[in-house]
Design a protein around this ligand. Structure first.
Ligand SMILES: Nc1ncnc2c1ncn2[C@@H]1O[C@H](COP(=O)(O)OP(=O)(O)OP(=O)(O)O)[C@@H](O)[C@H]1O
Ligand SMILES: [Mg+2]
Length: 340
């Protein structure tokens, strides 16, 4: 088998804070192949953004401890020097952030901020870079892009800033694109255009995409594979078809039950998962989901869920002590009828 584009192994990320050490990512492993899209889902605070910012080396080393391996095309990133990472960012790897103001500086025009890295990474002339910038701004749906490229970020609406950032991420045709809730702030028509743009990029350049979203309709449309995260680790993974059609982890069941679905026209009643995500300062022992799980009583071996953390195998897997048979049966008999 060829090397995956991205390979994350046993990643731990923790932050030193005034209250103590926040273990934001804990024992996380996954692979991404070229030309594929991995969708990451999970409640707010489950570590989706931290994982991806870590891949880009964007944490302040003063307060952050990173352990484990992040291999991009076989190159280890956790120990790579900052200049090396800077070369990768915006060229080989690009990210569309949740908040566009993280990516745009208030001091330069939008066009300049998109054109300059393009010039730098591609050896393009100023004129070529500007033309390509205007073309990209047009592609992401900025009206009158030639004029608007000369505006500063504060002259753009929130949705336009989001689109400008997407243009900035796509202009260098990155091998790996990380899109963190890229279209949440946009209206449905523009959202569809952007998603098509991402698909085109992938077709043309075989890029790998990590796509984070709360929208299961978008995940179903975009992702080849899904990883479900809870409290800093992956609890389930599989192909999109496997995870959406026959989920095998009690947390995924709860998540599916609590998220709106594009394909349900009946507006079936959504029920949130009882309880709240755990504190990452002092996470629960055993399975981190056990305090909220309705199924621990069915696991053979009393108290096992509170003491023993279930591992997650690679490929199709769910980190839960229920047997494979129990997972299948509970889903089909008790969960599926509720999802409609
Ligand atoms: N710099 C930091 N210092 C301390 N804690 C942090 C820092 N950055 C993130 N965290 C904590 O790490 C955990 C994971 O955060 P993260 O932003 O990855 O969540 P998320 O899954 O992206 O959530 P959302 O869906 O809301 O974007 C949270 O508890 C968050 O408060
Ligand atoms: Mg986030």
């Amino acid at each position: 088998m060829s090397t995956p584009l991205l390979s994350v192994r046993d990643l731990h990320v923790s932050f030193k804070t005034e209250d103590g050490v926040v273990r934001a990512v804990d024992r996380l492993s996954f692979d991404l192949e070229r030309g594929r899209t991995l969708g990451i889902v999970g409640e707010s605070g489950s570590g989706k953004s931290v994982t991806n910012l870590t891949v880009l080396g964007l944490h302040n080393p003063m307060f952050t401890t990173v352990e484990g391996e992040i291999l991009l095309d076989g190159q280890e990133l956790t120990t790579a020097p900052e200049p090396e990472l800077e070369k990768l960012r915006g060229n080989k790897v690009a990210m569309i952030f949740q908040d566009p103001l993280t990516a745009l500086s208030p001091y330069y025009t939008v066009g300049r901020q998109i054109a300059e890295p393009y010039m730098k990474h591609n050896g393009a002339s100023k004129k070529e870079a500007w033309e390509r910038t205007v073309e990209m701004l047009g592609k992401v749906g900025i009206p009158n892009p030639g004029q608007r490229a000369k505006d500063y970020p504060h002259q753009f609406s929130g949705g336009m800033r989001q689109r400008a950032m997407i243009a900035m991420a796509l202009i260098c045709d990155p091998d790996l694109l990380i899109a963190d809730e890229p279209t949440t702030a946009l209206d449905v028509t523009v959202q569809a255009q952007i998603l098509d743009l991402l698909k085109d990029l992938q077709q043309e350049f075989g890029s790998g995409i990590i796509f984070i979203t709360h929208d299961l309709g978008v995940i179903a449309d975009m992702a080849d594979d899904i990883m479900v995260m809870y409290a800093g680790s992956a609890v389930e993974r599989g192909t999109t078809e496997q995870v959406l059609r026959s989920p095998q982890h009690p947390y995924t069941w709860g998540l599916l039950n609590s998220m709106p679905r594009l394909d349900s026209d009946t507006g079936a009643r959504l029920s949130p998962i009882p309880g709240t995500p755990p504190s990452l300062l002092n996470p629960p022992s055993g399975c981190r989901f056990h305090p909220r799980c309705a199924f621990q009583g069915r696991v053979a071996g009393a108290g096992r869920c509170t003491t023993e953390r279930p591992p997650l195998a690679t490929d199709r897997a769910s980190a839960c002590h229920l047997t494979a048979d129990q997972k299948r049966t509970i889903f089909i008999e008790e969960i599926k009828p509720r999802l409609g």
